[in-house]
Design a protein around this ligand. Sequence first.
Ligand code: MLT
Length: 368
Amino acid sequence: MINLKNLSADRVAQFPDHFGKYQEPWEGFPHILKTQQFSREMIERLIFEDTMKTLFHWKNRSLISYLRDGRVGVVTYFFEPSTRTRMSFERAVQSLGASVIHTESGAVFSSSAKGETLADTVRVVSGVGAGIGYGDLLIIRHPQDYAVEEAAKFSRTPVINAGDGKHQHPTQAFLDLATIYLRYGKIDGLSIALVGDIQFSRTIRSLCYLLSKFDDVKIYLVSPEEISIKEDIKEHLTEKNVWFREEADLNSVLPHIDVAYFTRLQAERFRDQEELCQQLKKKIPLYSLTEKNLDLVPQQAIVTHPLPIGDNEIVEKIKTDPRIWAFIQSDIGVATRMALINRIFKELGKLNMHQNFKELVFSGLGWK
Ligand code: MLT
């Protein structure tokens, strides 16, 4: 137990460390920063149970929210453009009965433009829990790899990585997996093609770590050589004995898959290499789904995409084909994010962690 009498202001300044003092439902709890944090058991609970139940209860208006005490506030702090991720997070939070405050273009509209460090902003906007302060949960998107992980070190409340540079986008990977699970009722044994810019796509990186927890999954990595998957992911898949094959020819792979996951060219990640970018743009049609190669996709398979579609990776004419699940996937994103956030607050409630934080901070500040 925390002894409130012995707390000094110095101790309080260190209190993010207290997250580690409790039995963690997942590594690095309560933050969601990268998909390596999660065991297979926890992934199954979050996807197979929490997200599926959330979809059901959300539809039937019978969802139990662990945020619905009228005081919980969430901060979304985005330094990069976003449509779905920010809106779906905000919709998820509102559906759970909490309130949201946001900065949409952090680099321009927050004090970052005046030189404030991310650490200082986080020190301010992470409240002390139980509805005291700005936010009881921070959802951050940032263009720099690992920036959100770094930010979490200064946070007094849980932090969710909503995409950090070309590193990870863990909640997108959870919703991708939920989409696949909804279609097949399993992940084990499926064949999945990851297509396009699989080098700079953070969603692909996050998804590979999740997929590697399942049995007999086959992963086809389909891309032009210049933007093939990075070595660290290949090493991880090899270490986990995951079957994978790198392929340049999309059409030879399509007949063998249960899921084809397309991605756009992440042009913003190599702005300094204009020539390369233009060359790659010309190759995109070879890594796209069109009226011509759609027939190669098995009838029972699904086609997913984290969106946005940037260069017609899935052409307009086929977007209503029943195999195209990219837009369903986006809907499932709201429920997945509700489930993840609800789980964080459920676990925090069990630990009475917010109450501890409140006492800790108030005693440190000399407040009553
Ligand atoms: C992302 O933020 O990474 C998106 O969901 C996918 C993309 O931008 O291509």
